[in-house]
Ligand binder design. Structure first.
Ligand code: PLP
Length: 436
């Protein structure tokens, strides 16, 4: 399979190159040349397959020409070594819990898949002592998913840059306690300073001549496409419960950069019988405005309690447009949208807990509420619960007025020993660190 850039200045690029490069030179996002439609037999029998089997089958159709079957199977099985349960919330709404990975965030799957795919491609090219260095700037969640996704992967060293004092304790513990091939750099500055250091490093000719640098950005195809697995798996789980329900399936995705939902749209294009999608947003509603008006006005993000969705210019919007050939009519036929204020998110968390006993996180709460507001009477909805509520501990405890239990997995991080290297926002200091 070859890939082209959504800006159309690049085409015929190999999977290896798109995974190593991330973003195209014309600043577009890579898309597969064609999207294979999977046979009806697969969909008829999908409820008899495991998450790993489904994901391997889908991967084989997307990446099978570019990676030997045996290696691809290893990548998929290694990535999805945890369950993704579908939990009934009420008679018409189900939660697909994507938060059972190592950092309790849905980004774990993409990060793990990418680390293993990158490792596959560079293994043959680099000498044993010739490490590939992944640089990632984080304001919290991406750093933990990427650090944990790459933990222990041979041939790759990850440097996580984060702003000192500006990430939560739980988040900090998730990338500073790992050791091995992960180094946390505590930068005296803001998130923007961290990002500037990384960008300057990628642009520094001398540095790039001396060492192999790459990014684990969320627009990378190897992080983007594996998210399609969730949708096939969700369909399979609901089919086990009710054929009638699955024939009238609506999937709702709490969205920020729109990578997750766009992977769902790719799954639909591969023949997955989902009736339609709902994009749930917080107050950052630039996509909803596009659905309503046909106009796209990117803007600065507004801080909310569902902060992983605080995005004012979703990077995957280019992929949505490309997938539907820039047709507003075609896009609105498949996707509708809802937006919620912090107060509405808090209400949804309380209402859901009281009526069903199910505890939502602020992101999943947008998804749940959008199904409540958008489902028709004969439809069944699945929302993707993208994070464990304990990851937003103070916010959720304040909303429900109760203490919540911290899962053992999170507690384990918090008990680890923090290791980090303090650094100024001066590039020469960062460069010296990298080359020493
Ligand atoms: C990243 C993230 C989102 C948004 O996902 P996109 O693919 O960027 O739309 C939603 N919820 C949580 C918890 C996240 O970490």
């Amino acid at each position: 399979m070859l890939y082209y850039s959504t800006n159309k200045q690049e085409s015929g690029v190999s999977l290896r190159d798109v995974v190593i490069k991330g973003l195209a030179d014309d600043k577009g996002l890579y898309m597969p040349d064609f999207i294979p439609v999977l046979p009806g037999e697969f969909y008829r029998n999908i409820d008899k397959m495991s998450l790993q089997e489904i994901s391997f089958y889908v991967s084989d159709h997307l990446f099978g020409e570019d990676i030997p079957k045996k290696d691809l199977k290893q990548i998929v099985y290694d990535t999805l070594s945890f369950d993704i349960p579908l939990v009934k919330v009420n008679d018409s709404i189900y939660s697909l819990e994507l938060f059972h990975g190592p950092t309790l965030a849905f980004k774990d799957v993409g990060a793990r898949f990418m680390s293993r795919m990158l490792s596959h491609f560079i293994r043959k090219e680099t000498k044993a002592d010739d490490l590939v260095h992944v640089l990632v700037a984080t304001s919290g969640d991406t750093g933990s998913a990427v650090a944990n996704g790459f933990l222990g992967v041979k041939g790759i060293h990850v440097h996580v840059l984060y702003p000192k004092g500006l990430v939560s304790n739980i988040q900090e513990s998730q990338f500073t306690t790992l050791g091995q091939n992960i180094t946390a750099l505590e930068v005296n500055g803001t998130f923007d300073d961290c990002q500037a250091l990384v960008k300057t490093a990628f642009a520094d000719k001398e540095l790039n001549a001396r060492m192999k640098l790459t990014s684990a950005n969320s627009i990378n195809v190897a992080r983007f496409l594996p998210q399609a697995f969730y949708y096939f798996h969700a369909y399979a789980q609901l089919k086990k419960i009710s054929q009638e329900a699955v024939d009238n399936l609506v999937i709702c995705v709490p969205s920020g950069n729109f990578g997750n939902i766009t992977a769902g749209l790719v799954a639909k294009r591969m023949g997955l019988p989902v009736k339609r999608f709902i994009a749930a947003n917080n107050r950052n509603d630039v996509f909803l405005e596009y659905l309503q008006t046909g106009k796209y006005n990117p803007r600065k993000s507004i801080p909310t309690i569902a902060n992983a969705m605080d995005v004012g210019d979703p990077s995957n919007f280019a992929r949505v447009l490309d997938l539907y050939n820039y047709s507003h009519e075609a896009i609105t036929a498949d996707i509708s949208g809802f937006r919620y204020t912090d107060e509405e998110i808090a209400d949804a968390i309380r209402q859901c807990k009281t009526s069903s006993g199910y505890l939502l996180d602020p992101h999943g709460a947008c998804g749940y509420q959008a199904l409540k507001d958008g489902l028709q009477s004969h439809e069944t909805g699945i929302f993707l619960e993208t994070a464990h509520p304990a990851k937003f501990l103070e916010t959720v405890e304040k909303i429900i007025g109760e203490k919540i239990e911290i899962p053992l997995k999170l507690q384990a991080f918090m008990q680890g020993k923090k290791q980090s290297i303090t650094m100024s926002k001066n590039f020469e200091e960062f460069k010296k660190y990298l080359t020493s």
